[in-house]
Design a protein around this ligand. Structure first.
Ligand SMILES: *[C@@H]1O[C@H](CO)[C@@H](O)[C@H](O)[C@H]1NC(C)=O
Ligand SMILES: *[C@@H]1O[C@H](CO)[C@@H](O)[C@H](O)[C@H]1NC(C)=O
Length: 421
């Protein structure tokens, strides 16, 4: 309930009143000294009355404000399990300043770090050698590279401009991801603006627990199958299925594959649609060059979607940190290498599925002491820059169905989520 201006602040009413009395009193006491004696008791009485009246009205006012606040709390309060302190801390991006600086440096053509400069130089060389045309001097301003450079700056600039928190971004995912992929698959109704979601989606994580079951056929029975980070399916079909609707990757996967012969820009081949989040701004260089030859969509996640995912995971990570260590929130950053902390590809793939599907099934999430970390590699440990436990807590809330998810707009209806273990 909105408060009217008078209710907002009880002291507003009082100030002009007491000023008036002051000046009235001064007026009488200075200009009419003769009346002073008789008038004084009268004024003291008057002052007393006004004082009492003010106190009472303030008390009434305060009581009024209190009941308004209580009422407001009953009707619009945050769901009880979301903690305002955690929400506040989760909204602070520790590496924000550094990221902005890096983006600006890149836009200015300043590579600042050795590693970034190497990326740039090797791309330049690569383009000239692979283009087969060695008549151009290998300088930035050769026509081909110059075109990529212009594209790179445009794409990076647009991305940086959009990068902010927008809780409603979940509702845009069908348009920004599903529509281009359906169009590529020549699905019907795409151009008539049909924003229907997929009837069912499977998100296939890479946990070794997949090897314990034969979920392959079940996974492939989903309308839309999201796989993570270029995970192999050959020889694992009975365990993980073989259908891949999109491969969800972080930009480092593309970066590492981009100039490697046999991989060149297409970790799954040029016909598998890729949705990729940018983990380092310089990777837009890989994106710009690779996008041209990728025959299917190569989509970069909306930076507003990235910001939303970051906040959600950070909320769960902060919560876990405080509950398990008993330490203060301000110590989270040093415990988790705050500036590097990042959600995992799996988490964002799940968020994407929530946005584009009517029903979501998760496979290959979670670990067990008996299972390998990845079903297809021998990687032993989890990466420190992710907080998988926090992400599992998030998935558990999704599966319960009635839990509020921090930062996601209340207007967005979260579809049912099931996890297969
Ligand atoms: C919110 O979380 C903070 C930090 O964990 C804690 O100190 C505080 O008591 C919590 N508030 C509520 C209302 O639960
Ligand atoms: C990427 O390539 C597709 C298809 O060639 C094109 O439609 C799209 O505009 C490109 N994206 C960017 C950002 O250049």
């Amino acid at each position: 309930m909105p408060k009217s201006p008078e209710q907002k602040d009880g002291s507003e009413n009082q100030t002009p009143k007491s000023n008036f009395i002051d000046s009235f009193f001064t007026h009488f006491s200075t200009t009419k000294p003769k009346m002073k004696r008789t008038v004084r008791p009268f004024f003291i009485l008057l002052l007393l009355l006004v004082f009492i009246a003010t106190l009472t009205s303030r008390a009434i006012l305060r009581k009024g404000i209190l009941s308004i606040e209580l009422e407001a709390r009953v009707f619009t309060r945050d769901p009880p399990s979301l903690n305002a302190t955690l929400l506040h801390h989760a909204a602070v991006e520790i590496g924000e300043e550094k990221t902005r600086r890096e983006i600006q440096q890149l836009l200015d053509g300043n590579f600042a770090s050795q590693a970034r400069h190497r990326t740039f130089v090797s791309w330049r060389r690569f383009i000239h050698h692979d283009g087969g045309d060695k008549t151009y001097p290998a300088t930035l301003r050769s026509p081909l590279f110059y075109r990529y450079w212009i594209d790179f700056r445009r794409v990076l600039h647009d991305w940086a401009r959009k990068r902010r928190f927008q809780p409603g971004i979940m509702a845009e995912l069908t348009r920004s991801v599903k529509v281009p992929i359906d169009r590529y698959n020549k699905a019907v109704n795409v151009d008539s603006g049909d924003l229907k979601k997929y009837s069912s989606c499977a998100v296939v994580g890479n946990s070794g627990i997949l090897l314990n079951r034969n979920y392959g056929a079940l996974i492939d029975a989903h309308e839309f199958v999201i796989r993570l980070n270029n995970a192999r399916v050959d020889n694992y079909e009975s365990k993980v299925g073989k259908k891949t609707s999109i491969s969800f990757v972080n930009s480092n996967i593309l970066h590492l594959c981009a100039r490697r012969s046999g991989c060149f820009c297409h970790p799954y081949g040029a016909n598998v649609p890729i949705v990729m989040y940018i983990c380092q701004a310089v990777h837009f260089l890989d994106y710009t060059v690779c996008n041209a030859s990728h025959k299917s969509p190569l989509l970069v996640t909306d930076p507003r979607f990235d910001v939303l995912c970051s906040r959600v995971v950070k909320y769960y990570s902060l919560k876990r940190f405080v509950e398990e260590t008993g330490k203060g929130l301000e110590q989270w950053g040093s415990a988790h290498d705050g500036a590097l902390f990042h959600y995992s590809s799996g988490m964002q793939a799940v968020m994407l599925a929530l946005g584009v599907c009517e029903k979501v099934s998760l496979f290959g999430f979670g670990k067990s002491a008996a299972a390998k970390h990845h079903y297809h590699t021998n990687q032993k440990a989890e990466l420190h820059l992710h907080d998988y436990e926090a992400e599992y807590a998030f998935y558990r809330d999704l599966m319960e169905g009635d839990k509020p998810i921090p930062f996601v707009s209340e207007k967005f209806k979260i579809p049912p989520v099931v996890m297969y273990r």
